[in-house]
Design a protein. Structure first.
Ligand code: AMO
Length: 488
């Protein structure tokens, strides 16, 4: 005797019918099938299945009217479900977009129709079906399902919705479940733009004859001021996580002239702000036989290339999310530090020459020239690290050959001409209270012809904040680290 398989619509039928069927199944199971699995299938048509031989034939973006009538196999995760009784819609999202699965009673098999009723948001799903034109669906087409496979069924409702630009819950709830949060299109788009930006940076610098390097992240000494170091155990010694590849990229100009690195920097930032991370990504660039004026010109051309690439390559996302990508015109405005201090003082700010310029103070000076990208140049040597070259023609070398690239009140990058003579570097170290002996590994190469050189470090997350108009740096970081967060 053939055992009737638990079939379509069981859970919808009257309880009497269900009971009758149940007893039949039970009777049958005594002969052939273990009772538990059959009873489980009754209330749970959508069982988790293996991938097996299923392979995607089309991405969502390829399912459009031109694919009408063809049979396709699509895979992704469920981003939305609508049930109108005799017609059910499941939105299936993959890395390229979203596709609508439309199940009409009578049009697809009863089994598939009933399975679809059990589909919940976030389930990882595969569908085999026929493509049909549908004006109202994404890409103008939908899939009429022939077969479904749930690879992993969502067990709980997520604590937030992933539709729409914003979330009603706080960022910490989202960060606790970041991989799910990243299914939000407005958020994942930031990281697609990041990919475009990284490609653009590599393309631009390769064209300028730079080579990409990787330098140690476990290091012996601070480079950017002792306060912001993370100490670690290195066998039996104390070491630190690198705050920047500064000294290594400088050394590498001796052999390669033009180098860059895209990698992590670690800063033990005690403050809780929307612009500081404990682990950030820096684009570090260093070039031989140039000064800060040359690398300012290089950096602004690189920013132009990044923004142009994003505008071209992410056109559709920018349009659908209505992102306002900044307008970039070269050259960027440039203000010397001294001029800016004067202007700030005139505007009534209590600031003195030699003070650092905080974002709060800069907000007070916003005009059309400081809304977008601009440079602040010629900072006091006293507020810049020891490797920054003082201007030889400034009184007592009080001014340095340095710059910050700003976007509004947000600092995106800083750079400078570097000191390339040993005695001058030792003197600057001493002036800043550093022990030259601790930098012996660095100072020794200065006996062998360090070329004049200059460079900059550009914060990747901050650049993305500027390009995408994101307020909180945590949303331009996949898994942000800050004073309160070390997981996920
Ligand atoms: P600086 O310390 O100014 O310079 O860092 C360069 C850029 O890196 C980014 N950045 C950060 N982003 C997020 N969170 C942080 N805690 C953080 N710290 C820095 C900023 C900043 O402008 N060695 C020099 C660069 C150079 O001269 O080449 C340096 O590290 O966008």
């Amino acid at each position: 005797m053939l055992c009737p398989r638990p079939r379509q619509g069981f859970h919808e039928r009257s309880s009497a019918l269900t009971l009758a069927l149940l007893s039949k199944v039970k009777l049958c199971s005594q002969v052939q099938t273990p009772t538990t699995s059959v009873v489980k299938a009754l209330g749970d048509l959508l069982q988790e299945e293996e991938l097996g031989q299923w392979r995607r034939t089309h991405y969502s973006s390829e399912i459009n009217p031109s694919a009408s009538d063809s049979e396709v196999l699509a895979m992704g995760w469920v981003s939305g479900v609508r049930d109108h009784g005799n017609i059910r819609f499941v939105m299936l999202r993959d890395m390229r977009g979203e596709i609508q699965i439309t199940a009409k009673r009578g049009e697809c098999s009863d089994r598939v129709f009933d399975m679809i009723k059990e589909v919940k948001e976030h389930t990882s799903l595969g569908v085999r079906g026929k493509v049909r034109s549908q004006q109202k669906a994404p890409n103008g087409a939908e899939i009429v399902p022939l077969e479904l496979k749930a690879f992993s069924v969502s067990k709980k409702a997520a604590p937030f919705l992933i539709q729409g630009k914003t979330s009603s819950v706080g960022i910490d709830t989202r960060l606790d479940l970041r991989a799910v949060d990243l299914r939000r299109i407005s958020l994942s788009t930031i990281f697609r733009i990041r990919q475009t930006a990284l490609n653009a940076i590599r393309e631009f610098l390769a064209r300028q004859q730079f080579i990409e390097v990787n330098t140690p992240k476990m290091i012996a000494t601070a480079t950017e001021g002792g306060a912001a170091l993370f100490p670690i155990f290195y066998y039996d010694r104390e070491a630190f996580l690198a705050q920047s590849p500064q000294l290594y990229k400088e050394q590498l100009t001796m052999a390669f002239e033009n180098v860059f690195e895209i990698g992590p920097i670690f800063r033990a930032e005690p403050s809780r702000t929307n612009r500081h991370l404990s682990e950030a990504t820096s684009v570090d660039v260093e070039k031989a036989f140039v000064d800060y004026g040359d690398v300012i010109a290089l950096l602004e051309r690189m920013v132009l290339h990044i923004v142009d690439s994003v505008k071209e390559k992410n056109r559709d996302e920018i349009k659908s999310l209505e992102l306002k990508i900044p307008t970039v015109e070269l050259p960027f405005p440039k203000y010397t530090y001294s001029d800016l201090i004067e202007r700030l003082q005139e505007a009534g700010e209590r600031i003195h020459w030699g003070d650092d310029i905080s974002p709060q103070v800069m907000k007070g000076l916003q005009d059309e020239r400081t809304n977008g990208f601009y440079f602040i140049t010629d900072w006091p040597a006293s507020v810049k690290p020891f490797y920054v070259k003082p201007k030889s023609d400034s009184a007592e070398e009080r001014i340095s050959e340095s710059f910050d690239l700003m976007y509004g009140s947000l600092e995106l990058s800083s750079g400078s001409t570097r000191i390339n003579r040993k005695d001058q570097l030792v003197a600057r170290m001493a002036k800043q209270g550093l022990k030259p002996e601790a930098f012996d590994y660095h100072l020794r190469v200065f006996d062998y012809g360090v070329p004049p050189h200059a460079g900059f470090g550009l914060g990747m997350e901050r650049l993305l904040m500027a390009i995408t108009g994101t307020e909180n740096i945590r949303d331009t970081t996949l898994y942000p680290r800050d004073i309160d967060r070390l997981a996920p």
